[in-house]
Design a protein around this ligand. Structure first.
Ligand code: NAD
Length: 262
């Protein structure tokens, strides 16, 4: 895999989980990482373990104008970037009847609006540098129809749609735009449910062809693929990274009469 020496990579939500793993992976192959998120202490902790002059820029992406303001701060700090990992995101597990207008605005503000405005704010600098790679973290929730998650699923479907549209707009400028749709990844998003719902881990693992939850590194390795020249002819794609949760039948039981199986 080609390395990222001389390249600048922004990772949103880099304080923990998939974002932290991605920041570490990009640093490990030579990239200078700009870590952004809400919690300065956590961002500093991660940055303190990176090699290539990491920079911490805190931001709350729920706020109006946050994506544009963050892009301007990044450009003031480093001049330009080559890679953007739009990872920051929040869940919203609620039945449709329980959703408030505020819930819907919040999840779309963080998962969709800021992702788009930050991408727009940084795209010109990528163009000036001859191209770049934008990697959006969506979810299998956007390709399936999960229960009690209509607002979240809507944001992630929107992310995949914007991925294809931006790939079309910016392809001529050498900017590739792809998304990664993780399945069940053992991060803070799941911590409470994993600890408090008896049998949840086993039940969910039962639906996964590879029979295990994913970890941040499982996604970070795909982030590095999209960040480097290894994926130079791939754009507008959504890669589902879920151990075979969404698109593979995880059922061990034969789906046809036994005598029909050769
Ligand atoms: P996490 O909660 O561990 O991390 C989320 C990160 O986003 C944190 O760094 C957090 O600070 C940041 N963030 C949240 N709200 C923010 C805001 N308002 N402003 C700035 N930063 C904010 O979650 P994770 O599991 O690592 O999730 C990362 C991404 O992966 C999210 O977009 C999530 O939707 C997606 N995802 C996760 C899973 C999973 O099972 N963990 C599955 C599919 C998709």
């Amino acid at each position: 895999m080609s390395d990222l020496r001389g390249k600048v990579a922004v990772v949103t939500g880099a304080s923990r989980g998939i974002g932290e793993a991605s920041a570490r992976a990009l640093d490990a192959i030579g990239g200078q990482v700009i870590l952004t998120g809400r919690t300065v202490d956590d961002l500093e902790r991660v940055a303190g373990e990176l090699e290539n002059e990491p920079i911490v820029i805190p931001a709350d992406l729920a706020k109006p104008e946050a994506g544009t303001e963050l892009a301007n701060r990044i450009l003031n700090e480093v001049g330009g970037v080559d890679i953007l990992v739009n990872n920051a995101g929040i869940p919203m597990r609620r039945m449709p009847e329980k959703l408030t207008e505020e819930d819907i605005d919040l999840v779309f503000a963080v998962n969709v609006r800021s992702l788009l405005t930050l991408s727009i704010g940084l795209a010109d600098s990528m163009k000036r540098r001859g191209g770049g790679s934008i990697i959006n973290v969506s979810s299998v929730a956007g390709v399936r129809g999960p229960g009690a998650r209509v607002a979240y699923a809507g944001t992630k479907g929107a992310v995949d749609a914007m991925t294809r549209a931006l790939a079309s707009d910016w392809g001529p400028d050498g900017i590739r735009v792809n998304s990664i749709a993780p399945g069940l990844i053992a991060t803070a998003i799941w911590e409470e449910s994993r600890n408090t719902i008896p049998g949840l881990i086993e039940e969910m693992e039962g639906q996964i062809a590879l029979k295990r939850w994913g970890f941040g590194d499982d996604i970070a390795d795909v982030v590095t693929f999209f960040a480097t020249d290894s994926s130079r002819y791939v754009t507008g794609e959504t890669l589902v990274v879920d151990g075979g949760l969404a698109r593979v039948s995880a059922s061990a039981a034969p789906q046809v009469l036994p005598e029909l199986i050769e």
